[in-house]
Design a protein around this ligand. Sequence first.
Ligand code: GLN
Length: 212
Amino acid sequence: MPRPTVGVLALQGDVREHRRMLGDLGAYTAAVRTPDDLGRVDALVVPGGESTTMWRLARSFGLLDPLRRRIAAGMPAFGSCAGMIMLADHLEGGVAGQETVGGMDIVVRRNAFGRQVDSFEADLDFPALGSPAEPFHAVFIRAPWVEKVGTDVEVLARVPAGDTGSSSRGDAADAGRIVAVRHGSLLATSFHPELTADTRVHALFLDIVKEV
Ligand code: GLN
C-alpha cells in the first residue's frame, strides 16, 4: 500500500481536527458516513465527541455491522475518547441499550473521571512514542478510562500521580488509570491528541497502518 487512505468516521465529533492532523502527516483522508465510504478506506479514525450520539447515528446509517466486519477483517482503527468507547468490546456506564462497534478486548468506563473533573490535562509517560520519549501533554474531556484489558492488549499510558489538575476530586484516586491502549492494529486513547499540536499519536497510528 503506497499511500493509504485513512477514513475518519464523520457522523459526529471532532472530525476536522483529526483530518487536519493526519493530512499534516502526509496521509490521504476521507470522511466516512456510509458503508460505501467505509469500503473505500484502508484504515479508520473514530473521533472524540459523544458516543451515545455516534452509536445512534451509526445504527441509523447502517454502519454498525459493516464497521464490525471491517475491524474483524483487520482494518486498523484509532479511537480517541468517544472513539475509544466505540472500539471497546465492553462498556460500563453507557446509556440503556448503548452498543459499541468493539474489536478491542477492553472494558471501558464512560465518563469515568467523574462530574467534578469534566476536563483536565496531564503529562503522560508514553514510551511507545519513541525513546527517549518526551511526555505527551494530554487533554481529557469527560473522558473514559480503561478498566480492564485482555491478555493481548498492550497498556501504552496511564494517568500519572498527582497531575489531574485542581479538581475537588482527589488526584490520587485517578493515578494509574489506563488511558492509552493498543490491541493488534487497534489503538485507543481516553484523551484527544487531535486537539493539541503533538502529532506523535497519529504518527504511531500511521506506522501501524503502514505495517498492516
Ligand atoms: N463522554 C463522552 C461519551 O460518552 C466522550 C467525551 C469525548 O469524546 N470528549 O461519548
